[in-house]
Design a protein around this ligand. Structure first.
Ligand code: NOJ
Length: 576
C-alpha cells in the first residue's frame, strides 16, 4: 500500500450530530512540511534596515530571532526579485536576482545562512504564470516578428474584427478590465495583442512552449543550489491555457474567474500543468533535505485541489476553503470535513490558513464585515468599518481553533500582533493595481500590506525602521499593537500565539489526529479532539459548559471562570 495512505486514512465517525463527519489518523515520522507552521514574510513591510521606507532582506535577517521566539518552523518570502514593482514584485523582470530595493544576492545568502543557523527553513515565491513586461524575454518578443520563437514565449495573437481591433477572446483580467492589450508596431500601426490575466505589465508566459519549461527548471535549480528549502508557487492553476485560447464560456456570470461545480474555463486548471509539476517535484526531490513546494492552486472543491498534491506533485496547497470559511459552526464543520476527506484521500497534509497578503486581515474580517476574504476588494474609508474589539476577540479564537488542527499551518506577518486591516488608507497611497484598473471601485489589497510596528513610538512607523518612512503609511492605531508592548505581557495576542505554537510543538499536534468531540458539535459550539487535547470554540452568545480537564490555553485573557466558555472564546483542554 502507498506509504502516505497507510499513515493517514479517513473513516466515518459516529459521534458528530451533523452528517458526513470524518476523522484523521496521526501521521508518523513524517516530513517537516506535513505539520510545520510556515510564516509568510512580505518583504516590503517586514523590517527596513536602511530607512528608505521599504522593507529589505537585511531587515528580515535582523529580525529572524523574533520569529524563532514566536515558534514557527519556516518562512515563506513573498517576491524580492528584480521587478518594476507594478504588482508589488509579482511582476518579475529577473528571476535570478534581487531587486536593489530589497538588497543583493549576497544579502539573500546571508538571510538564508542565518535562518538555517536558527533552525528555520526558507521557502521563496516563484511566479511562473507571468513575468514583468520589462523581462528580457518580453522585450525580445516585442522586438521580434509575429510568429517568431521570441513571441512564442508569451501568448501573442491577432485581434478579431475587420482590422483586428477587438481582443482575440473574451477573457478578463483578475485585476479588472480586459485580459488583452494591443501592441503598437514600430511604424506606429496597431499590432498583435498579448495576454495578461493580471495587470498589462504582467504578460502570461506560454507554458506549452518547451523553452519556457526549460527556463524555469533552470530557475528552480538556481535557487535550490543556493540552499532554499522550497517554493510557494504563484497561480499554478493558470499556467496552461486551453489550445486555441477559446472564449470563456460564462464570462457574464464568472467574470475573470470560475463558478465552482461548473465547467472549468479555458484559462484555469488545465490538465497540461500536471506533468510540469511532476518534473519540478522530481527536481526538488533530487536535492538533499526535505525540499517542498506549496501551490497557490485556487481550485475548488478540495477533492479537485487534491489532484494537485498527489504524491509526485505539490507537497501542499493552500486550503482556500478554510481561508474563505464564514465563521460559523456549520460551515467550519463542513469545510474541515471536506479538507480531511480530500487531502487524506491522497496522503497529503491539509494546510490551514486565515491570512495572507491578498486578503483582509482576519482581525478585521471577523469584526462584522460582509466580505469574502479572497474577493480582494479590500475596505476603504467610505465602506462600513469593522468592529475592532469584536474582530480581534474572534480572530484570536479562530487562530487558537486553527492551530490545534493536525496538518501544516500558515501565518501571515502581523497577525501574531492582532493587527487589523488598514481600512482608512487614503486613495493617494493606494498601490495595488486593482485600484487603478477599476478606477477605485475595488480598493484592493493594500490594507493588509502595511508595515509592521516593532517598537512603539520609534519613528512614525513604530520601529519598522528608525526614520519613520513607510511605503504605505501606518494608521495611528498600529502603535498600540507594537510588538514591544506585547512581548512578555500576559494575555497579549503575541503571547497567545507563542503559547499556542509552543504547545502545538510540544504536544505534536501538527502530526496528531482529529475527531469531532462528542456532544460539542452543534449550532453554537464546535469541538474536536487531537489526541488527548480537546479544542472547543463558542460561536454563540451564551456561555457553554466545558467538560472536565485542565485548560492549557485560552483565546481570552486569563483562564476560564467556572469552567465555561464565553462567546467567541476557544480553549484547549487536556482531558486525560
Ligand atoms: C497571487 C499573488 O498572491 C498576488 O499577490 C498576485 O497579485 C497575483 N498572484 C499575481 O501574481
Amino acid at each position: 500500500m502507498d506509504k502516505a495512505l497507510d499513515t493517514a486514512t479517513i473513516a466515518t465517525v459516529k459521534n458528530a450530530s451533523w452528517s458526513g463527519s470524518v476523522s484523521h489518523r496521526a501521521t508518523a515520522g513524517a516530513e517537516w512540511w506535513r505539520s510545520g507552521v510556515i510564516y509568510q514574510i512580505y518583504p516590503r513591510s517586514f523590517a527596513d534596515s536602511n530607512g528608505d521606507g521599504m522593507g529589505d532582506l537585511p531587515g528580515i535577517t535582523s529580525r529572524l530571532g523574533a520569529l524563532v521566539t514566536l515558534g514557527i518552523d519556516a518562512v515563506w518570502l513573498s517576491p524580492f526579485y528584480k521587478s518594476p514593482q507594478k504588482d508589488a514584485g509579482y511582476d518579475v523582470s529577473d528571476y535570478c536576482d534581487v531587486d536593489p530595493l530589497f538588497g543583493s544576492l549576497a544579502d539573500f545568502d546571508d538571510l538564508l545562512t542565518e535562518a538555517h543557523r536558527l533552525g528555520l527553513r526558507v521557502l521563496i515565491d516563484l511566479v511562473p504564470n507571468h513575468s514583468s513586461d520589462q523581462h528580457g524575454w518580453f522585450q525580445a518578443a516585442l522586438a521580434a516578428e509575429p510568429g517568431s520563437p521570441e513571441r512564442e514565449f508569451y501568448h501573442f495573437a491577432e485581434g478579431k474584427g475587420v482590422n483586428g481591433e477587438l481582443p482575440p477572446n473574451n477573457w478578463l483580467s483578475l485585476f479588472g478590465g480586459p485580459a488583452w492589450t494591443r501592441l503598437t508596431n514600430i511604424d506606429g500601426t496597431p499590432g498583435q495583442w498579448y495576454l495578461h490575466l493580471f495587470d498589462s505589465s504582467q504578460p502570461d508566459l506560454n507554458w506549452a512552449n518547451p523553452a519556457v519549461q526549460a527556463a524555469f527548471e533552470d530557475i528552480l535549480r538556481f535557487w535550490l543550489d543556493r540552499g532554499v528549502d522550497g517554493f510557494r508557487v504563484d497561480q499554478p492553476h493558470a499556467m496552461a491555457k486551453a489550445a486555441g485560447l477559446p472564449d470563456h464560456p460564462d464570462v457574464e456570470r464568472a467574470g475573470a474567474g470560475f463558478i465552482e461545480g461548473e465547467a472549468s474555463p479555458p484559462m484555469w486548471f488545465q490538465e497540461e500543468v500536471h506533468p510540469i509539476f511532476r518534473r519540478w517535484r522530481a527536481i526538488l526531490d533530487s536535492y538533499e533535505g526535505d525540499r517542498a513546494m506549496c501551490g497557490e492552486a485556487y481550485v475548488l472543491p478540495l477533492s479537485f485541489m487534491a489532484h494537485w498534491v498527489r504524491q509526485d506533485e505539490f507537497n501542499q496547497t493552500f486550503n482556500f476553503r478554510f481561508l474563505n470559511s464564514d465563521w460559523n459552526a456549520k460551515t467550519l464543520f463542513e469545510n474541515i470535513n471536506e479538507s480531511f476527506e480530500a487531502f487524506d484521500g491522497v496522503g497529503a497534509p491539509s494546510t490551514w490558513v486565515l491570512n495572507n497578503h491578498d486578503v483582509i486581515r482576519h482581525a478585521s474580517r471577523f469584526g462584522g464585515l460582509k466580505i469574502k476574504p479572497t474577493d480582494s476588494d479590500g475596505v476603504g474609508p467610505t465602506d462600513p468599518q469593522p468592529d475592532r474589539e469584536l474582530g480581534l476577540r474572534r480572530a484570536r479564537g479562530a487562530t487558537l481553533f486553527m492551530l490545534g488542527l493536525p496538518g501544516s499551518a500558515y501565518l501571515y506577518q502581523g497577525e501574531e500582533l492582532g493587527l487589523p486591516e488598514h481600512t482608512t488608507l487614503a486613495p493617494e497611497f493606494r498601490q495595488d493595481p486593482t485600484f487603478a484598473r477599476t478606477h477605485g471601485k475595488r480598493v484592493g489589497r493594500d490594507g493588509c500590506r502595511v508595515t509592521l510596528p516593532w517598537e512603539a513610538g520609534v519613528g512614525a512607523a513604530n520601529g519598522f525602521n528608525v526614520t519613520g518612512a513607510s511605503w504605505l503609511p501606518q494608521p495611528v492605531i498600529y502603535r498600540e499593537y507594537s510588538r514591544d508592548l506585547q512581548e512578555g505581557v500576559a494575555g497579549s495576542t503575541l503571547e497567545l500565539y507563542k503559547l499556542a505554537l509552543a504547545l502545538r510543538k510540544d504536544l505534536r499536534l501538527g502530526e496528531g489526529s482529529f475527531e469531532w468531540a462528542e456532544g460539542l458539535v452543534e449550532q453554537n459550539v464546535l469541538g474536536y479532539q487531537n489526541g488527548d487535547i480537546l479544542i472547543v470554540h463558542n460561536f454563540g452568545h451564551e456561555p457553554v459548559a466545558l467538560p472536565a480537564g485542565q485548560i492549557i490555553a485560552s483565546s481570552l485573557q486569563g483562564m476560564t471562570a467556572g469552567h465555561s466558555l464565553a462567546a467567541d472564546q476557544t480553549v484547549w483542554i487536556r482531558i486525560s
